[in-house]
Design a protein around this ligand. Structure first.
Ligand code: SF4
Length: 426
């Protein structure tokens, strides 16, 4: 059984993409540490950066840290940046002190930043050296969370890609296993595990794993399905290990989740009738949950600024399941392979844009006067002051929004800004 193809609504995938390069307003990859450190409870993220990086991380994670956090910043001082000190030696000393104090750390991520990249501090060499020194108790990996030319979800992509070479190899004759790739809240993973078991799809593992020290085995028997669309480097690294992608829409909304689970079931040879029957109750629940939000959103226009990389699947969800009208759907970058099906489901008159020249895009947005603007925090307040209704895109990454049971909550994230504005008007 192949998953039901989506009707091509007007096919924005075939339309020319507006590419812009100019000033862009996005958070950097360090932000993803906020959800990654909650996901992998045995990992520690040590940012090698400046005081700015430390402030960003602290404010993104919120101030309510009661337990000892599992992230920190090794602050590079002026003399490091000026090359007056041996930053590698200083880093070794910081790591030594940290690991002596925190026996619970099993995987340590050294996370690069703009300052460490500017001075070309070789964190790969540091990770190798420190891994040899602290093995087998602690593995030391590295990746970049720098904001130079990247957006915040690319931090997760870089982190997952860094973990793959270290994952054990699956035996060449091992039976097929499904790997769900992209960080999901534990509650969503549990729901997905139950549905996969009912479908007869398995064994199933999730990546990133809850314990970074126990990554799943990966090999040519691995079939992987993406839960997030921003994982270009991770996909590449998985393919280098022989793993095979199961293409699907992303599991947002009743339609997206149905197509996503059906694609996995098809890849594992599940009887189509059984798959349909198994998914039907969850699909009906999700459709019912969406109905009242559809009343509030149908016919309203939406404009996406480039931020989370979730823009294409969310625009598809808002258009097809809630009746909204996308004016512009913009993403920091577009990997056609990973989002083409999503773009194909959008109306042909929606502008699809990649990258950003923020002033020009603001002009287009003001001229269009959309009912809802989905954008980063930095743009939301000024646009609200101009009378536009906004939704912070970062909230969509921090909230459980995947799958059937979360479809109503996902829709509510888009109805809430209208309710807030109506309340302010009273
Ligand atoms: S990594 Fe770069 S963009 Fe991110 S906080 Fe540090 S200096 Fe700023």
């Amino acid at each position: 059984m192949s998953p039901a193809p989506l009707a091509r609504s007007g096919d924005a995938a075939a339309a020319p993409v507006l590419r812009e390069r100019g000033q862009h307003e996005v958070f950097c990859g360090l932000t993803s540490i906020v959800w990654l450190h909650r996901k992998m409870q045995d990992a520690f993220f040590l940012v090698v950066g400046s005081r700015t990086c430390a402030h960003l991380l602290q404010s993104a994670a919120g101030v309510m840290i009661f337990a000892e956090p599992r992230f920190a910043t090794a602050i590079m001082e002026e003399r490091d940046l000026a090359g007056l000190a041996d930053a590698q030696d200083e880093l070794d000393a910081v790591v030594e002190r940290l690991l002596a104090r925190r026996g619970d750390i099993k995987t340590l991520f050294l996370v690069g930043s703009c300052p460490s990249e500017v001075i070309k501090l070789d964190l790969g060499r540091a990770a190798q050296r420190l891994s040899m020194r602290f093995a087998p108790e602690v593995r030391v990996l590295h990746y970049s969370g720098s904001g130079i030319e990247t957006t915040f979800t690319q931090g997760e992509d870089a982190c997952l890609a860094a973990m793959i070479p270290d994952a054990p190899a699956a035996a060449p004759d091992a039976p097929a296993e499904l790997l769900v790739v992209g960080a999901l809240p534990d509650v969503v993973e549990d729901q997905f595990s139950r549905l996969f078991a009912a479908l007869g799809v398995g064994p199933v593992s999730f990546f990133p794993p809850r314990r970074a020290a126990a990554p799943p085995a990966i090999g040519p028997n691995t079939r992987f399905i993406l839960a997030q669309p921003f994982l270009t480097d991770t996909v590449r690294a998985l393919r280098e290990r022989g793993a095979v992608r199961v293409p699907a829409l992303y599991p947002f909304g009743a339609e997206g989740a149905t197509q996503w689970f059906t694609a996995a079931a098809t890849a594992f040879g599940v009887d189509p009738v059984h798959a349909r029957q198994t998914l039907a109750p969850a699909r009906e629940r999700a459709t019912r949950a969406l109905a009242r939000h559809r009343e509030a959103l149908a016919g309203k226009s939406v404009f996406f600024f480039p931020d989370s990389q979730l823009e294409a699947p969310l625009a598809r969800f808002l258009t097809r399941e809630l009746g909204m009208r996308p004016i512009e759907v913009s993403a920091p970058y577009i990997n056609r392979e990973l989002v083409d099906e999503e773009l194909a489901a959008l109306p042909g008159d929606a502008v699809i844009s990649e990258g950003q020249d923020v002033e020009r895009q603001l002009d287009r947005c003001r001229a269009a006067r959309p009912d809802l603007v989905v954008c980063g925090l930095g743009l939301a307040n000024p646009l609200e002051a101009e009378g536009l209704t906004t939704k912070w895109s970062i909230e969509l990454v921090f909230s459980p929004v995947h799958g059937f049971e979360q479809a109503g909550d996902l829709a509510a994230l888009f109805t809430r800004p209208f309710a807030r504005r109506a309340a302010l008007r009273v």
